[in-house]
Design a binder for this molecule. Structure first.
Ligand SMILES: O=C(O)CCC(=O)C(=O)O
Ligand SMILES: [Fe+2]
Length: 207
């Protein structure tokens, strides 16, 4: 296909200690962003999961879906997710993201923030099946939301806010997950929907 590299450009390397994070403001998905967003919202079998945190059950404040190669199982916050098979759209996006990230991914966690009330708590993506230094490629579509990064140990460092634009790709690798937490806060004002896709490589058989 022609025009594959049209929007991608060079990523910006974030100047953060103990982290390797790159940001592409706009990647080429081979189709208009609003069409991809609409298709993902309408055609994904979204789930509302109940998670267990510190022995308490809570509904997750967003919808999720897990796609991947057979056997790419993922366990977090008391949930064990079996992968759905790749759709044509998701496997095309996986190929494009893998080329930019120069990495291979066998799964994707999809997050659907329906409006300003949906969020994701601060966490590190450090589950054992992700391996020691996971490469995580996070593609955002729809409403721009703020990605907050906080150092896990250095209280002298202020939280860092990154505005994740529609069509952007954020790549976290190296020791990032050992030293930093990240999350998406609720907003006080209404906003439109956002879909986020975090591509991952999970090892089978660890869970
Ligand atoms: O929605 C986002 O940008 C963050 C997603 C995330 O951190 C995750 O899925 O682990
Ligand atoms: Fe995460």
């Amino acid at each position: 296909m022609t025009g594959d590299l049209f929007d991608n450009g060079e990523p910006r390397l974030l100047d953060l200690p103990d982290a390797d994070i790159r940001y592409w403001p706009r990647v080429d998905l081979g189709a208009p962003l609003d069409r991809v967003l609409k298709e993902l919202i309408e055609q994904t079998p979204w789930r509302s999961e109940v998670i267990t945190l510190w022995g308490q059950q809570h509904p997750q404040p967003r919808l999720t879906a897990w796609f991947g190669d057979p056997g790419a199982r993922y366990t977090y916050s008391g949930l064990a997710l079996e992968p759905l098979p790749w759709t044509d759209l998701l496997s095309d996006v996986r190929r494009r993201v893998g080329t930019l990230a120069d990495a291979s991914f066998n799964s994707v966690l999809m997050n659907y923030y329906r409006d300003h009330r949906d969020s994701m708590g601060m966490h590190s993506d450090d589950e054992p099946e992700l391996g020691r230094n996971p490469v995580i490629a996070s593609l955002s579509l729809g409403e721009q939301r703020t990605f907050v990064l906080k150092h896990r140990f250095r209280k002298d460092l202020k939280p860092v806010n990154i505005e994740l634009e529609s069509g952007s790709l954020l790549l976290m690798k190296g020791a990032t997950q050992h030293h930093w937490k990240h999350g998406i806060n609720k907003l006080s004002r209404p906003c439109g929907p956002r879909v986020n896709l975090t591509f991952r490589q999970v090892s089978a058989g660890l869970t």
